[in-house]
Design a binder for this molecule. Structure first.
Ligand SMILES: Cc1ncc(COP(=O)(O)O)c(C=O)c1O
Length: 427
């Protein structure tokens, strides 16, 4: 196929490209759990995105309730982010590595302004897993201790350090040995306290477990972790890769409970949905661990001008347009309506839960969840299962989604649930 043009395709070209894509994906790119052609007869080729919708190559339009696993807080191709990136691209695409990059400090300054407490210093990365890697290294440098405490069913990424603290054996076991980590149940502060020993350097936790199946902890959980980690002299690393930037109805997940962590990890939404950008973010004191040798952590592409332009613009737009508040309102409405649907149409979904626009629908069985996801796909709504808990379907639309579009999704959800209930099995 031609790369780098927006020339309109004829229907024949679209059909040809779809065929080519099916074959070439399995041949040249990573295989999905099954060959693409058999995996999902609804698999289509993505082509354009705008706001809360994404179109396939034939022009079929989906409402994006998957949101790139939480990337598209601002929606697809937010016009202000696109304009800023285009302007930057016309001036300097990637940084010299030698001269000072003014957008990097501007993005970091904006992050410090919206983040809780004394969090101030930022290292920009290219992804969530790198943000977690940096946080783990910084915690080790600061404490000079080797071990971590993490939670069962957590997801922190898949490079070796972040995989070490990811609480899912299916991904970890083939890669052992990894870093020394004790896993404790999510939501149980007492278990964290018991797991900390003299060798422990930090506790890492998601404020709300995303890939574990959208689990909101008890209200006293994060405040208790803050107290315990202070008392035991270990660091509290909060992974806000999925929950950050307004997703849960506050700027950061920890803001629901007024907790200031020692290190915060970000990515996904920080990209503005345009250029990948992650970060780990900490206070002056912990940051000083890098001072003896700032080269302890480096990245050629981290903090590149295009990425930090997106980060700076995203923070500006998220705060200015009060997107966290909007997510809280829309999310409460969405969740309430989903709960009504579940009550009216029992037998498919056991529970709807979440905060803001991070919503999980726990199906009664994995098969029912998969069938519901397919039925929604057939009705042009994109959703997906959570990675560590396939029984849970995530609903993570852009925070800019309008009430009328939520109502449209709810209508399609009702039809999809009825279709799943009507058919004994299969699609
Ligand atoms: C909480 C959390 N941390 C880390 C990651 C890893 O991010 P990335 O896929 O950008 O490496 C994810 C990805 O889903 C995540 O949800």
């Amino acid at each position: 196929m031609e790369v780098g043009t927006n020339r309109p395709l004829t229907p024949e070209e679209a059909a040809e490209l779809t065929e080519e894509c099916f074959d070439s994906f399995d041949a040249f790119v990573n295989r999905w759990p099954k060959p693409i052609r058999d995996w999902d007869s609804g698999q289509v080729v993505e082509w354009e995105g705008e706001g809360v919708t994404i179109k396939d190559i034939t022009g079929r339009t989906f409402i994006d309730c998957l949101g790139g696993y939480g990337v598209f807080t601002l929606g697809h191709r937010h016009p202000e982010v696109i304009a800023a990136v285009k302007a930057q691209l016309d001036r300097l695409a990637l940084h010299s590595q030698k001269l000072l990059n003014p957008i990097a400090y501007e993005a970091a300054k904006r992050l410090a302004k919206v983040s809780p407490g004394d969090l101030k210093r930022t290292f920009f990365t290219n992804s969530g897993t790198e943000a977690v890697e940096g946080a783990l290294k910084l915690a080790r440098l600061y404490t000079r201790k080797p071990k971590f405490v993490s939670t069962v069913n957590s997801f922190h990424g898949k490079t070796l350090g972040s995989l070490s603290v990811t609480g899912r054996d299916i991904f970890r076991k083939p890669m052992l040995p990894l870093l020394a980590v004790s896993f404790v149940p999510f939501g149980d502060a007492g278990a964290v306290e018991r797991a900390i020993d003299d060798e422990t350097c930090a506790v890492i936790v998601e404020p709300i477990q995303g890939e574990g199946g959208v689990h909101v902890p008890p209200d006293d959980y994060l405040p208790a972790l803050r107290e315990i980690t202070r008392k035991k002299n270990v660091l509290l690393i909060v992974d806000e890769v999925q929950t950050g930037l307004g997703r849960t109805g506050k700027m950061f997940g920890v803001d629901h409970w007024g907790v200031v962590p020692d290190i915060m990890c970000l990515a996904k939404g920080l990209s503005g949905g345009v250029i990948p950008c992650g970060a780990f973010h900490t206070n002056d004191e912990i940051w000083r661990s890098f001072h003896p040798l700032p080269l302890f952590q480096t990245s050629t592409f981290g903090s590149n001008p295009l990425a930090v332009t997106c980060a700076a613009k995203t923070i500006e737009i998220t705060a200015r347009d009060r997107l966290p508040e909007r997510a809280a309102e829309t999310g409460a409405y969405f969740l309430g309506k989903l709960e009504e649907l579940i009550e009216r149409l029992p037998g498919v979904i056991r529970e709807a839960r979440g905060k803001g626009l991070l919503i999980g629908l726990e199906a009664i069985t994995e098969e029912l969840g998969t069938r519901l996801a397919h039925a929604l796909f057939d009705r042009d709504v994109l959703v997906a299962n959570t990675l560590n808990n396939p029984r849970v379907i995530r609903i993570e639309p852009p925070l800019i989604i309008e009430r009328a579009v939520v109502d449209e999704v709810l209508g399609r959800m009702e039809a999809a649930m009825k279709a799943v209930r009507a058919a004994p099995s299969g699609r």
